[in-house]
Design a protein. Structure first.
Length: 91
């Protein structure tokens, strides 16, 4: 006889298996525009683009600073913005 935990685990597993074939339809072949600005920490992304290591569906749109990246994201010009968020701790 199944206990409650085993029943829930089995139910979750079976429902996940039933939905698994639907994941194939989640992939999109559309272009992804990425807003990015010049910063030393993002150099590896620029190098990946230069050497052709990025997926062909990814297009980098370079701008001057993080504010411009956010504006492009808000306006819907890009789907992704590369941003670094730093929290400063004051003593």
């Amino acid at each position: 006889m199944l206990n409650r935990r085993q029943f829930l685990n089995n139910s979750f597993g079976m429902s996940a298996l039933a939905l698994f074939p639907l994941l194939a339809s989640c992939r999109s072949n559309s272009q992804i525009s990425v807003a990015i600005h010049t910063w030393i920490g993002y150099e590896s992304i620029f190098l990946a683009e230069q050497f052709g290591w990025l997926d062909q569906a990814i297009t980098l749109k370079q701008n001057q600073n993080a504010t411009e990246s956010l504006e492009m994201l808000i306006k819907g010009e890009v789907q992704v913005a590369v941003l670094l968020w730093m929290r400063h701790y004051w003593l």
